[in-house]
Design a protein. Sequence first.
Length: 565
Amino acid sequence: MTAEADTQQERATGRVWVVRLDPHGRLAAGAVRLSCSRPACDDQRFSSTAEGRRAAVEHVNLHLSRIREGGGPRGGVWCGCRAADCAWHTADAPDGRHGGAARPAAGAVRCGGPVVLTVYADRAGRLWRIAETCARCAAAIPECRVLDTAPPPARAGGPEAGSPGSGQAAGPAAGPATAGGTAAALFSDHGNSPAATGVPAPTGASAPAGAPTGDSSPAPRPAPVPGARAAAPAGRAPRRPRRWGKIAQRIVPYYLEPEALRLELIDLGDAFRAYQRRPEPDLVLLSGLHDRKARAFAQWADVCGDASLHEDADRAAKAAVTCREMHDNRAGGPLGGLLSTGEQAAPRLLTRTQAEHARTVLGHLGALAPGHEPPVHLAVLMLTLRAARAGIGNVTGQDLGGWLQGDAERVLDALVAAGWMRMPCTAAEALDARPEDPTAVTVPTLLPDGQRPFTLGKVTRARISGWAQKVVNDRKLRKKKSPPAARLLAVYTAAHTRVDGGLGHAEDDGLDLAEAAAFCAVPPEEVAEHVERLLTADWLSEGSAEEGRLRGRLSDRVLHLSALL
């Protein structure tokens, strides 16, 4: 007995190789790090998960080929799974991710059978494990493939039944015998295949039990690996594994009822993954997928009572609305974006939400401006859009000269004198500022510590400011040397259009003439003069200012600048 104990203590533990993919750097970048548990293998970094998975599979196959060249698994070693306290097992239970609940306690599953070389790959494609384990542990580990079986170690008195490395499984858990006196393996994951693990068996390695393949090795191989479960009773058909799936980082349980909901969630997950592989986006298709997801997740939440599923359903419903709005903005709305010439219109520069924010800023212009004259209103509008987020905006001499032309110095001095803004230099020096060294203009009423009339996000502020810059600096308006009042009227008309480019909410309704005149800082009777200028510059295709209404339609040339009502 003492000699036998000394022999067991001297026996080596089964080898284990663990290959992992972990995020590297910022999660949004998608970079991954490939690491191997063997000290001789250096870490590798890849820019994408797909590239990292390919490298991981190649690394696993490299280790498998070296193991094969070294003689395959060793027959006289202790089970590597037992050395890890059998932490790789899962017990049978009616629910759980892999059909099992918590793993059994250490020692609850007895090791037995010959030593086998196994490979395991998790479904997420983030971990691969090669290990020398006993046959029983290999059969109890889900998603585990047996690649090779070690010959039993030579002993003077013959192998002891039930010991690691013996050719016979111990106890009642041994698998069923075949006609030839050997045992057929019955694995926990019946649906496992080389495609599921992503790791092909090395050349010459034995296939999983039950596969009709020959052994190309010149040396005789032992009997196939015994299974850990008994065969189904006679007359009862084996139960087929139920289809499982994943959607939005959630596992769809195979026991989820009703069946139609489970299949819908699985199909939705597959549909979203197929959409991500499309070369071009399709917002109509994507909005439909989000609608289906919202309905399915709401039903799932009612079945499970999980509040987080209701939150996911609400987010999916909002995403569907956003996708439809984006499609309307890109395609020109329900009319399909067709111009009067029959050509396709360019996508709108502003979304509907951004257009609402732009009209909010325009509505505060009269209250913000310290004077009632067109150049002052134009300067206040453009500077407000530059400083709307933090109260400080950068401008160059080219900007100021393009907005106000020869009147820029006088207007800037008037705004500084009225206390509406502050500059670290004189107006003349600001007009000389270059793009690499702009002038920082501070608007006290827009500073974050004050009572600001509105707040804009970073992207929204930049998009609206760029939109106003394109309108004010339109090439034909500059070519016709349009005055500030005409440019303000161009901004006002572009901000209040329908899908077809018409002004106002309804056909022939138009805009209030008094409000347009107040925005442009001119009397209502002078608006008609500036409408003529916009018609000459091909900004409006038709327009009139009479009977207290401003009516007209943007030309197809500038329809992409319209902010849809």
